[in-house]
Design a protein around this ligand. Structure first.
Ligand code: SF4
Ligand code: SF4
Length: 436
């Protein structure tokens, strides 16, 4: 094991044992799924179906031009509606609502290949695009666009298996149950980008997954397993690049600037399924966990399944549950309703009996703890202050947009200030001011 040396960071309680090893793979079928046309960063898809159409599993039902990832039917059945529906972002988003016929009749749309080495990089990227693959760790940037921007520019490719957020064990579960898919997808990416060095990076709090990876990588000289000491937010792209290579990605720059490309391990597995099984993204592993759910576990869920159905399948919410979060406790988003769908980037549903106890009038005591943990070398107390003062010029001066919203500052804050919440509001304000 090597010493991680990215700047800042914290050691929150992991709480991973709650869901680790408790797996329902696959989960039960649900009656309806809701597939939003926005599940990625970029241009929204346009629906390709209309109410009363029949669809097959894997059929493309939404697509668009530019930076976009198509959406596919995650069940076979009938289109009930094409209309705005609640979305985990808090907005209403145009969605295709499908009634599941339970038959899983397959759409013969994608071709399964026998050997990725017979494919050119651009052919592989076309398959990745057609399968609607996005960053499955939650980033949701279209993977073909990311890989294209790295072509011919990287000497180090990192497969991110850190899963540094507390509570979440979906990547851990993926490695333990489907290691060949993860390894196979890594090989496809290796073939596409031809890096001199390929590293699978994982934190030392996943002993079973590490053992599985050691086993399948035995004798391999082209793939390196790097076990890093657990530290949040090691799985963030820039921090991981620094921990693995010592290189610093400049503010606003892409990892390729320093010769690196990072892909989540679940993204790699999705690539393997697209290339070797001809499967677009129609399902994913989701961790349903926390002290507010009866039976914490990992499930394979169809994209578009509702949070409510998923939580019910895990035994339901327990009395006293105060908060349901899409994602983890550090970077996730608290949800006001449960009739929202699982998206391609939903790695966890966290149900908690405790909320973020905030003070009515929190006061900064200038202890500078937030500064000492910020992995982006920012001064969160000033970002908070200038957001409150609505000073866009000062927010620019203090590099607001470099914030990765990791939540370390809020976690450590002695004055219990809702720092990251304000910083997110500040970013919105900054964007609006700079669009004028
Ligand atoms: S300011 Fe942003 S990057 Fe820095 S600790 Fe806070 S949330 Fe993380
Ligand atoms: S940690 Fe909180 S109280 Fe301390 S300086 Fe930062 S904002 Fe102020």
């Amino acid at each position: 094991m090597r010493k991680a040396y990215f700047w800042g960071g914290i050691h929150p309680k992991g709480n991973k044992s709650m869901s680790r090893g408790q797996d329902s793979l696959p989960a039960p079928q649900f009656k309806t799924v809701v597939l939003p046309m926005v599940q990625h960063i970029g241009v929204a898809c346009t629906p390709l179906v209309k109410p009363r159409d029949q669809v097959k599993l894997g059929q493309k039902i939404g697509d668009g031009a530019g930076v976009c990832a198509p959406v596919h039917a995650s069940v076979s059945g009938k289109v009930l509606a094409v209309e705005p529906r609640p979305h985990p972002s808090g907005r209403e988003v145009l969605s295709v609502v499908l009634e599941n016929d339970g038959l899983d009749t397959l759409a013969p749309t994608m071709h399964a290949h026998h050997d990725h080495r017979n494919l050119e990089p651009n052919e592989i990227l076309a398959i990745v695009h057609e399968a609607g693959i996005v960053g499955m760790g939650g980033a949701t940037f279209p993977t073909d666009v990311k890989a294209f921007s790295a072509l011919g520019k990287v000497d180090c490719m990192i497969i991110n298996a850190c899963e540094c957020e507390p509570y979440i064990t979906s990547d851990d579960t993926l490695i333990c149950h489907f290691p060949q898919e993860a390894l196979g997808g890594t090989e496809v990416l290796q073939w596409t980008l031809q890096p001199a060095r390929t590293v699978i990076a994982i934190e030392d709090n996943k002993p079973e997954a590490i053992a599985v990876l050691r086993q399948i990588l035995r004798g391999r000289t082209d793939l390196e397993l790097l076990v890093l000491p657990t530290r949040y937010p090691q799985g963030a792209e820039k921090q991981l690049i620094q921990a693995v290579t010592g290189r610093l990605v400049p503010p606003g720059a892409l990892p390729a600037t320093v010769g690196c490309a990072v892909f989540n391990i679940a993204t790699a597995a999705a690539i393997w399924r697209a290339v070797y099984a001809g499967q677009p993204i129609t399902r994913r592993i989701v961790t349903i966990t926390g002290d507010g759910v009866a039976a914490p576990q990992n499930m394979i869920l169809r994209i578009g399944s509702s949070f409510a159905d998923a939580i019910d399948a895990a035994g339901g919410l327990l009395e006293g549950t105060k908060k349901v979060i899409s994602g983890g406790p550090m970077m996730g988003f608290a949800q006001k309703r449960l009739d929202i769908p699982i998206l391609k980037g939903t790695n966890a549903i966290l149900c908690l009996k405790h909320g973020n106890e905030t003070l009515e009038n929190p006061v900064c005591i200038r202890c500078a703890r937030c500064v000492s943990v910020c992995p982006m070398h920012l001064q969160p107390l000033y970002l908070y202050r200038f957001t409150k003062l609505r000073s866009v010029a000062q927010l620019t001066r203090f590099h607001l947009m470099d914030c990765i919203e990791c939540g370390c500052c809020s976690f450590i804050c002695a004055g219990q200030l809702p720092l990251v919440e304000q910083i997110r509001a500040g970013k919105q304000m900054w964007k609006e001011a700079n669009q004028r």
